[in-house]
Each structure stands twice: as C-alpha cells, then as structure tokens.
Ligand binder design. Sequence first.
Ligand code: TYM
Length: 328
Amino acid sequence: MTRVLSCIQPTGEVHLGNYLGALRTWVAGQHDKDVFHGIVDLHALTVTDQSGVLGDSTLKLAAMLFAVGLDPDVATVFVQSHVPEHSQLGWVMECTVSYGELSRMTQFKDKTSKLEGQFISAGLFTYPALQAGDILLYDTNEVPVGDDQRQHIEITRDIAIRFNHRFGDTFVIPEAVTPAAGARVMDLQDPTSKMSKSTVTESGCVMMLDDPSVIMKKFKRAVTDSDSEVRYDVAAKPGVSSLLDILAAATGRTPSDVAADYTQYGPLKNDTGEAVVALLEPIRQRYTDLIADRAELARLLQVGSERARAVASATLDRAYDAIGLLRA
Ligand code: TYM
C-alpha cells in the first residue's frame, strides 16, 4: 500500500493556504493509502522563543486536523517530539546534506531576509535535514504538500539517494504530490506573495476559524488588477488569477473554466467568498466541538505517536545498521 507522510508546524493558526494546498489532500488519501501526519513541534522551535506556547498550539492543531476530516481510526496523527527518532535521524541527515545545498534553500533565504538584524537560529538553516528525517523515517512514497515545500522534498530525495549510495539501500525515495488547484494560495492583499501565517496584512490571510462575515469582508477587499477583464493569467493578472484559483479549488473545477463564468470582479469576489465560507463553516463547527475535550485529543495523539514510533524506530535501526554504528 502506498505510504503517505506529511506534516504541519504548530505555529499560529491554520489558514486557507494550508487547507487547500495540503490538508485537503491528506484527508482525501486516508482511506486507500497508509497515511502518517505529524504536528512538527520541533520544527516550530526554529522560530519560537516563548515558553509555554507550543504545547497548546499542538493540541489546537490536532483539533483542526481532526476537524478537517482526518479519521484517527485510519490516519496516524502524531507529535514530532513524541517520536524521538525524528531528532536522531535528523542528525544523520545533517551529516548527509552539504552546507552548499542548505544555502540554496529559497525558504531559508526568504525567512532570513525578513529577520535581518534579529536572532536567526542555526536550526532554521538545518531545518530541511530534520524534514528529510521526518519523511525518510516512514518509508514514504508520497508527500502531499503545497508548492512552497517542493524544494524541501527535492533535497530529501537527494539526501536519500546519497545515503543509499554511501551505505547501501536503506531509504525509500519519496515524491512530492501537489493539488491541481490551490497548490499556492496567494495573499489576498498581495497576490504576488503566498498566503502565510506570518503575513504582514492580516486581511490578506483567511484563517480556518474566521467568522463567515470576516471571510466575506476579506474577499470583498481582495486586491484585483487594474483592467476589468476576468481571465486566468497568473503573470499579467495575479489578483484575479488568485481568486480564480481559490474558487476552482473550492469547487473542484479548473481556474480557466471558472473564469468563463465571470465578466466582472464583484461577483467573482462574492462567489469566491461564499464558496470558501461553505467549505470552512462545517470545519469550524467540528473544531469547536473537538477542542472542548482536550483530554481526548491528547489521548488520540498518544495513540498516533505510539503507532508512528513503531515504524520510525525500525527505520532508524536500519539506518544505524547500514552505517555500521556499534549497537548498544
Ligand atoms: P507549514 O506548516 O508551513 O505548512 C503546512 C502545509 O501547508 C502548505 N501551505 C500552502 N499551500 C498552498 N498555499 C499556501 N499559501 C500555503 N502555505 C502553506 C505547505 O506547503 C505545507 O504542505 N516544512 C513544512 C512542515 C514539514 C513537513 C515535513 C512537510 C516538516 N516536516 C515533512 C512535509 C513532510 C512546513 O513548514 O509546512
């Protein structure tokens, strides 16, 4: 059976980009694939310096993952720090990737350019090595992610191939899987930047828990382009194309097909807002129910982490044996 793994960081709230780019694909795959989904709290540590926030964010994110439809009976939802093999394989990965390769990561360059003059952790630089460990620990075939993670999956493949070449066939070589529409949801106020938790303009980012009236307002205020033609053309018309992409993703159509229904921006903004509200409202209600029982969420995460650990520890053993470490 195809093995799937993908993870999300417990930093800030989950937004529409996370959902359309990744979480939706996770849910769609859970019944015919063997799926593992991690809440990667150790990754979040690269940008966290406050005490006492990560645990709470982890629990809230678990509620969101179950609210979007992950079924704990079939999907293994786990917490990265509950499976110590992630840190252990992460070090092996750091020794299998080069400084030059890490220096070429666009996400590192983007993030550090925003942190100029501030503390930049070494973990932010070595982050892709830990991510490679996350993926390779599970003999992963497919990694469903948004477009922004493609480069991290590419480097994971390079690391796996290098390790297998050095120490013998150990790791499965994974592949990134991105959705046809919604792989790169853009900021509604700045359609040339991706929608992100750390966005400067709050109104550009649609949160999963936003009230319907807030969602409608954000879409009505979305930046469009200077002429008034509705056409899917990402380079020439980023604002309109971003709306078309979201509406297509929300309704299971293609952006060009959706574009044919509109001649004006107003109705396009309104319909996109309504389609997103229809998509998110049931999730928001399920979230409210799930977050009320924190003990149950913690229990589900414990069950998931134990299941994850059984797979991860066997892979770590295999990797240590392949290297030829003296075993205790
Ligand atoms: P993170 O937590 O930033 O995002 C989680 C998922 O959401 C996708 N995503 C988007 N998709 C479309 N449009 C957007 N605007 C948008 N913003 C975010 C991301 O592509 C991602 O799939 N490094 C990862 C977490 C990670 C991971 C892993 C992923 C750690 N280990 C192993 C896969 C496999 C990250 O920071 O995702």
